[in-house]
Design a protein around this ligand. Structure first.
Ligand SMILES: [Zn+2]
Length: 276
C-alpha cells in the first residue's frame, strides 16, 4: 500500500471533482494500487476493488469508520450512528473456482466470471433508470414501479450476458454474443448466477441491517466504500485548503511549503495563529 502524500491526494481530489462515481472510484483504486495498470483495475472482481479501497481507507484515515443514516420508518426517522471496522470489512477477497462459476439449469450450462467495475459502468444507464424510478415511486404510481422493475430486469440481464464466458444449451448449441445472451438466458440461470457470484465474492456488495434503538425496526443499507471514501477525501481536501489559506495569509508561505509540513506542525502553527 502506497500511502500517498498531501500533494498527491489533493491532485486526486481535484481530478475527481470533474468525475462521476465510477471515475472517482477508479481514481481512488489507482491511489490504492499505483503499480497496477488502470485497465486491469477496471476488470478485477468488485469485492477485490472493495478490499483495496478498505486498505486505502485504513492507510489514509484509520480503521474506525463512522456511519450515520436515518431510520427507515418514516414516523421514527431517528439518526442511526454506528461504527464499522475497515480492517474487518476489507478482509474478504473473492474466491472464484477454476474455470469460473458454473451454472447448469433448465437445459443450459453456463460458465460465468465475476462482475467487475467495467460491467457496472456498462449497466449504469439501466441502473440509473432504476434509481430514478425508485425515487419517483414515492409518488406511488403503479406505472413508475413497473418502470423500475423493467429497468432492474434489463440491468440484471445485461450483467449476466456480459459475465457469461460460455453458454451451451442441452442440444449442444452454443449461444454467443452479448445481445443474444441478454435476450435468451432464462430467469433461473440468471438467478443462480447472482447467487453463485454473491457466494464467491461476498464483499462485492456490502449489505448492512441496522437496528433502530428508538423503534426497534431494522434499516437496510448498502455501504459503497468508493463513495464513502470519496466523501471523506472531499472533506479532508477542503480542510487542507483552508489550512493553506490561513497559514499562507499569516506567514506568507507557499502552498508546497505548507503541504510539506507534517499535519502535527501544521496544527501547531494554526493554533499559534488563532492565539495571536
Ligand atoms: Zn426507528
Amino acid at each position: 500500500m502506497a500511502v500517498t502524500g498531501a500533494t498527491e491526494l489533493l491532485a486526486i481530489w481535484e481530478a475527481g471533482l470533474a468525475q462521476q462515481g465510477s471515475g472517482r472510484a477508479l481514481l481512488l483504486h489507482r491511489a490504492a494500487r499505483p503499480e497496477t495498470d488502470p485497465d486491469v483495475l477496471l476488470s478485477v472482481p468488485l469485492g477485490e476493488r472493495a478490499a483495496d479501497l478498505f486498505a486505502l481507507r485504513r492507510a489514509l484515515f484509520g480503521e474506525r469508520m463512522q456511519v450515520t443514516l436515518d431510520c427507515a420508518v418514516p414516523e421514527c426517522g431517528a439518526a442511526l450512528e454506528f461504527e464499522l471496522d475497515a480492517a474487518e470489512l476489507g478482509a474478504a477477497r473473492p474466491r472464484v473456482p477454476e474455470g469460473g462459476l458454473r451454472v447448469a439449469e433448465g437445459g443450459w450450462t453456463v460458465r460465468f466470471r465475476l462482475p467487475c467495475p467495467t460491467d457496472l459502468a456498462a449497466v449504469a444507464e439501466e441502473a440509473a433508470a432504476v434509481v430514478e424510478a425508485e425515487e419517483r415511486k414515492k409518488e406511488e404510481l403503479a406505472a413508475v414501479a413497473e418502470q423500475a422493475a423493467g429497468a432492474q430486469d434489463a440491468a440484471r440481464r445485461r450483467l449476466g450476458a456480459r459475465c457469461a464466458l460460455s453458454a451451451v444449451r442441452d442440444d449442444g448449441r452454443e449461444v454467443l454474443g452479448e445481445e443474444d445472451l441478454a435476450r435468451l438466458l432464462p430467469e433461473p440461470v440468471l438467478k443462480r448466477f447472482a447467487e453463485a457470484a454473491e457466494e464467491a465474492d461476498p464483499a462485492a456488495e456490502l449489505a448492512l441491517n441496522i437496528a433502530c434503538p428508538e423503534c426497534g425496526a431494522a434499516t437496510p443499507a448498502e455501504l459503497d466504500i468508493a463513495a464513502y471514501l470519496w466523501t471523506e477525501l472531499d472533506a479532508w481536501a477542503r480542510d487542507v485548503l483552508l489550512d493553506v489559506h490561513l497559514l499562507a495569509s499569516a506567514y506568507g508561505w507557499s502552498e508546497p511549503e505548507i503541504l510539506a509540513l507534517s499535519p502535527l506542525r501544521r496544527r501547531y502553527y494554526l493554533e499559534l495563529c488563532a492565539d495571536a
